[in-house]
Design a protein around this ligand. Structure first.
Ligand SMILES: Cc1cc2nc3c(=O)[nH]c(=O)nc-3n(C[C@H](O)[C@H](O)[C@H](O)COP(=O)(O)OP(=O)(O)OC[C@H]3O[C@@H](n4cnc5c(N)ncnc54)[C@H](O)[C@@H]3O)c2cc1C
Length: 473
């Protein structure tokens, strides 16, 4: 078996002796499949490489709680190097997949792109935000897909409260206190509900801001929210959120948000300093640009064994895929595909690992089949909605408790589970912290200012009586 690592400067490694399994993406599927394969195959049987631009896996179901400050951002990520013993982690972006040549191109943050070859490929590149060419969106909005965004939303929202508390321009203040979320699926509703709950709780520290000054707006294109829940439960969640004063614009699209001036398809207009885009995801575009087969939505086509297949269902040798980036047939709902969620992704990853090893060892493969456990959503501290096994329905505190228990248990690594539970206990006893680190996005600003040469005294003083009168206006 031949192998190499090449850069624009030429080939730099020697031929390898053991087969190499390359896992693209170290998220839910990447982490769990690499772990499973490592558990089943010894180091002499296979070298495993995971490629991801981030050195950690993010447990996304907890991002809304990160935005609310209920969980420390560092505790919802599992560092790949410590979670994946015996696996090589390459930090870089996969920028091309050439399955015909069994090679992938990796672009590190610094330095030239290089290629690595492989014997088996696992594609677990997840999804990216599905955006639209709406005027102002790219400049004004923030996504809600990763931990950096969730931390940033939290800091930004609390910073707006800080600014508004000392601002006496009514229009400017209204703009600071208007928070807009686009997209009423799970991620959007949980993010909105958690952030609103946190902001309202924080107001006890701001004497100059009334509860009525806060405006939270949800814009959703469909006629309902939370399509993953049954209609009565979604209706319950909607009513709860409306009672909290959250404004809903259903069957409405965002038309424009240039300079934070929001205009909707129904003609509603207002200014908002905060626009969070949670209107869905699409498969990672790197897959669509590769020579691997994809469906109309750009998802990798796979069979229930999690092997990549072409449009006729013929297996593409040595290629595997699962999670948000793949169209995995849902055998319990013939004709449908598994929804893109962590519940499926983690289970598919384990099955994929087992099947990859079985194929290497010439054993029969097992099809992926999973009956959904249900849906749990947090709607703020002590509030939630949950539907389990299509039978058990929980509202309010019990649903919130089910949500925390389920996801706390599902969080990878005991280290992180324990930290999260300890953090919750800490908050229960000490109350939640709502301080913003406003300057975190420009930490060098203070140092830059301190390094400026002092202003000449003459510049600071008014030059004449006329200037002094002008300055006082
Ligand atoms: C805010 C939010 C809330 C959610 N809540 C829930 C929930 O409550 N319940 C639930 O079941 N699911 C939930 N999900 C969905 C769930 O997180 C995903 O379905 C799941 O993480 C998919 O796993 P994955 O491995 O396919 O993708 P991911 O876990 O997203 O992993 C993809 C990995 O690929 C990496 N990557 C991306 N591009 C490249 C590249 N070019 N090269 C190399 N690596 C790359 C990324 O850094 C990432 O590590 C939520 C998602 C979000 C965003």
């Amino acid at each position: 078996m031949s192998s190499n690592v090449s850069t624009t400067a030429g080939t730099v490694s020697s031929p390898r002796k053991t087969p190499r399994i390359v896992v693209l993406g170290g998220g839910s599927v990447g982490l769990y499949s690499a772990r499973r394969i490592r558990k089943r195959l010894g180091k002499k049987d296979a070298a495993i490489v995971v490629v991801d631009p981030r050195p950690y896996m993010t447990y996304a179901p907890f991002l809304p709680e990160v935005a609310a400050g209920s969980i420390d951002g560092r505790n919802v990520v599992a560092p790949l190097r410590s979670a994946l013993k015996g696996v090589d982690v390459l930090q870089g972006k996969v920028t091309a997949i050439k399955h015909g040549e069994h090679k992938v191109e990796i672009t590190p943050e610094i330095g030239d792109a290089y290629e690595i070859s492989y014997d088996e490929l696992v594609v677990s590149l997840g999804s990216v935000s599905r955006t639209l060419p709406i005027p102002g969106l790219a400049e004004q909005a923030i996504g809600f897909k990763n931990v950096e965004e969730a931390v940033s939303v939290r800091n930004h929202v609390v910073h707006q409260l800080d600014l508004a508390s000392s601002c006496w321009d009514a229009d400017e203040r209204r703009r600071m206190l208007t928070f807009t979320f686009i997209g009423g699926g799970f991620a959007g509703i949980e993010a909105l509900a958690e952030v609103e709950d946190m902001a309202r709780a924080a107001l006890s520290q701001y004497e100059s801001i009334d509860q009525a000054d806060l405006r939270f707006v949800m814009i959703e294109g469909a006629g309902r929210i939370l399509p993953e829940l049954s209609e009565p439960m979604a209706e319950y969640a909607l009513e709860q959120l409306k009672e909290r004063g959250i404004e809903f614009h259903l069957s409405t699209f965002l038309s424009s948000c240039v300079d934070g001036h929001v205009v909707t398809s129904t003609g509603v207009e207002f200014d908002s300093n905060t626009i969070v885009w949670t209107a869905g995801v699409k498969a990672n575009p790197v897959i669509g640009e590769s020579d691997l087969p994809t469906d109309k939505m750009g998802r990798l086509t796979v069979n229930a064994n999690l092997q990549v297949v072409d449009e006729d269902g013929v297996v593409v040798p040595a290629a595997w895929g699962a999670g948000d980036c793949a169209a995995v047939p849902d055998l319990l709902n013939p004709g449908a595909f598994c929804p893109p969620n962590a519940q499926h992704a983690i289970r598919q990853a384990t099955q994929l690992g087992d099947n990859l090893v079985a194929s290497v060892e010439d054993r029969p493969l097992v099809q992926y089949k999973h009956k959904s456990v249900g849906v749990v959503a947090s709607l703020g501290l002590y509030k939630g909605v949950a539907e389990l096994f299509g039978v058990f329905k929980f509202k309010g505190f019990p649903a919130w408790a089910v949500h925390r228990t389920y996801h706390g248990y599902a969080m990878p690594t005991w280290n992180r589970k324990i930290r999260i539970f300890m953090g919750w206990f800490d908050q229960f006893v000490m109350r939640r912290k709502t301080v913003s680190l406003g300057s975190i996005h420009d930490p060098r600003a203070a140092f830059r200012n301190a390094s400026l040469p002092p202003k000449p005294k003459d510049d600071a003083a008014p030059k004449s009586d006329k200037d002094a009168v002008g300055a006082g206006k």
